[in-house]
Ligand binder design. Sequence first.
Ligand SMILES: C[C@@](O)(CCOP(=O)(O)O)CC(=O)O
Ligand code: SF4
Length: 396
Amino acid sequence: MYLTPEEERILAGERGPTLQKAMEILVALGDIYEADRLIPIKSAQIAGVSYKTMGDAGLEWISDLEGKVQVPSILNPAGMDLERWQEMGVSAQFAEKQQEIIQAYRSLGIEVQCTCTPYYLQSFSASYGDHLAWSESSAVSYANSVIGARTNREGGPSALCAALVGKTANYGYHLDENRTPELMISVDCELDASDYAVLGYIAGKAAGKRVPLFRMQSTPHRDQLKALGAAMAASGAVALYHVEGVTPESCRKDFELPAEQLTIERKQIDEVYETVSGDGITECDSAAVGCPHCSPEELEDVAAKLEGKVVDNNVWIFTSREVAASNPRLVERIEKSGAKVLCDTCMVVSPATDKFSHMAVNSGKAYAYLPGMCKVAATIANIEKCMEKGGGAHSD
Ligand SMILES: C[C@@](O)(CCOP(=O)(O)O)CC(=O)O
Ligand code: SF4
């Protein structure tokens, strides 16, 4: 891989050991994937934040780093709401370690916004054609597919290295030739709400890491695309997809329609609704919405569904701190029912979820991950049913 003289100097250690290490990692990745050079990035989103997934080894690694990130950088969800962790039932020992991780990232100049939906933040927008180094898989899928920006599915450490150097290696989804659809998926029915999450769960298994092109009968809006992409990245490893007539690169004229085609039918979607993932012998005892983190429109939807209701079980609604802070009325309306709007974290990366046995979710990603990452069974349903089945919602 070609390096500029300045990049060579960083690699030789002239700007200190942290930048040298970061450059070594970027160069190693570039060499493995046959990148021609490094390219500047607009922003970084760094996963590997929850103490639950990082442990002491991860904490030690980031604590030893020095210097400052070169581009706007934010974090993936942590293991707890940084302010309301006690209400979630997180232990003081965990909270202390989690705060140390956050502090280590803050010292590197990273903004403490812990969210997998960075594209909703006012100061962190990404645009068509931008090169990024994002790592949370649903954010990667959204950036590539819905925004038309370009990012590989970075690991937490490689996103951090890219943030420190301000560059990433030019391979994978940064290149036109890897953004071409490889599999055509037709959907034989109209879809609504959580149907897109279920579709993603099915399609991700079929697609693996290929790039699917969807032909749909209904037109998904941005939150439905977010749910579709998140589920495909979890049940498969899809980092980019297209929807005919909807996503920005679906109208590129330089690709042929894929030869391999498959159709997904209504009855396959209904089967997923009827199947508990994990060991679901018990009734639902909790509900969670906001995987990926809720947009203001989704908070509005939850607030409307909980109007005049109270919930008997734990109902957690996850969003970014910025979206919650900009929509205090919606948060108040939701919390009037007894549900909690939590920030900085989610049901998958928080240890607080482990106390439940069966959670109702509207997310294909949470449906795929809860049994493995939290040992909690999951039922997938639309928001209204999640509130009833999992939350025990009933009239006030
Ligand atoms: C579960 C997930 O959304 C976040 C967990 O990753 P981490 O704890 O931030 O490394 C991972 C992913 O799919 O990118
Ligand atoms: S598991 Fe869901 S809510 Fe948690 S970081 Fe991933 S997409 Fe976001």
